[in-house]
Ligand binder design. Structure first.
Ligand code: SAM
Ligand code: SF4
Length: 328
């Protein structure tokens, strides 16, 4: 699949549920209204949709959410998609998770063929963690991480950089990740969805964070690309990677190879734009040709890029949907 700007679309992110067992302050408001269950595609439908993308050239699928591992019977979908790894049709199946269910699933994920996972953890301080997630317990995530390590999964920790909240913890997190053998990626907050708070207060430019870290750490630029918007460095002192996802200070759109599917079957061609395509209707036509044509039509509308801005003058979200709808 080639979009109008010559970019090959080979990466599909799928938000398998908009629900979550946390309410991270930068991601959700405290009283979220989730989709009624009958609006959400069945796992069997998600498998059919994902497989249609694989047939059209998608080589990598990431399941995300909401919290993907709280969806009932989610391992069924992993197992189904695993067949595309076995056949060689797909290179990678992976997941972004908050880690609370990893103690149950790490082993099985590995057995299915998942190699690397992203686990979101913004702080190592139990109290800050509880405040940030509004009620989460860090112990459960740390247990999950231990299980992932035991299972032999490679782990990348994702941490959203938040002013005054975790900005003084990055040294500690780098050291900890080095000890645990995890890579670390820092993420700038993106203006997605109403969170019942002020994003200007949260926003911390990673250019500033990097400048500060470089006073104490040797960060060597790497060419390493995961098909994502992160720029990677190697931390000479630990040997592990440190990535920076900087949608606000660095425009990464020119190398974008991805599209995002929601659990309702809506395809977003760009995280930062509202244009979408309803693939549920095409899927329910039960005609492979109709679905394939609908996917082609959507890819033909993939925009050149986004224009996120977080400013004091205009503090509305750039797009109204939450990150938990489109998936991180
Ligand atoms: N629940 C899973 C998790 O937390 O990893 C997967 C979904 S979550 C929406 C995916 C990623 O998006 C997480 O790393 C989270 O920190 C990040 N995220 C959520 N809201 C964000 C925002 N407004 N700006 C930047 N990153 C955000
Ligand atoms: Fe849930 Fe992930 Fe959003 Fe946190 S970032 S509320 S864990 S979906």
């Amino acid at each position: 699949m080639i979009d109008p700007f010559g970019r090959e679309v080979s990466y599909l992110r799928v938000s398998v549920t908009d629900r979550c067992d946390f309410r991270c302050v930068y991601c959700m408001s405290e009283d979220m209204t989730f989709l009624p269950k009958d609006e959400v595609l069945s796992l069997e439908e998600l498998d059919r949709l994902c497989s249609a993308f694989v047939a059209k050239g998608v080589r990598k699928i990431r399941l995300t959410g909401g919290e993907p591992l709280v969806r009932r019977n989610i391992m069924w979908l992993f197992r189904r998609l695993g067949r595309h790894l076995d056949s060689g049709a797909m290179d990678e199946l992976t997941v972004t998770t908050n880690g609370t269910q990893l103690h149950r699933y790490a082993q099985e994920l590995k057995a299915i063929g998942v190699k690397r996972i992203n686990v979101s953890l913004d702080t190592l301080d139990p109290e800050v963690f509880q405040r940030l997630t509004r009620w989460g317990r860090i112990d459960k995530v740390l247990d999950g991480l231990a299980a992932a390590k035991r299972a032999g999964l490679e782990v990348k920790i994702n941490a959203v950089a938040l002013k005054d909240v975790n900005e003084h913890e990055f040294d500690r997190m780098l050291t900890w990740c080095g000890e645990e053998g995890f890579d670390l990626t820092l993420i700038e907050t993106m203006p997605l969805g109403d969170i019942g708070g002020d994003r200007v207060e949260q926003y911390l430019p990673l250019s500033v964070v990097r400048g500060d870290l470089e006073k104490r750490w040797t960060l060597e630029d790497l060419d390493y690309q995961t098909g994502g918007p992160a720029r990677y460095t190697r931390v000479a002192e630990t040997g592990k990677r440190l990535g920076f996802i900087t949608p606000m200070t660095h425009n990464f759109c020119e190398s974008c190879n991805r599209v995002r599917l929601t659990c309702r079957g809506i395809l977003y061609m760009c995280l930062g734009q509202d244009d979408d395509a309803d693939l549920r209707r095409a899927l329910r036509a039960n005609d492979e040709g109709v679905l394939s044509a609908a996917i082609d039509e959507a890819i033909g509308r993939k925009p050149k890029g986004h224009d996120f801005v977080i400013s004091r003058r205009d503090n509305r979200p750039a797009v109204s949907r939450h990150m938990s709808v489109t998936g991180g």
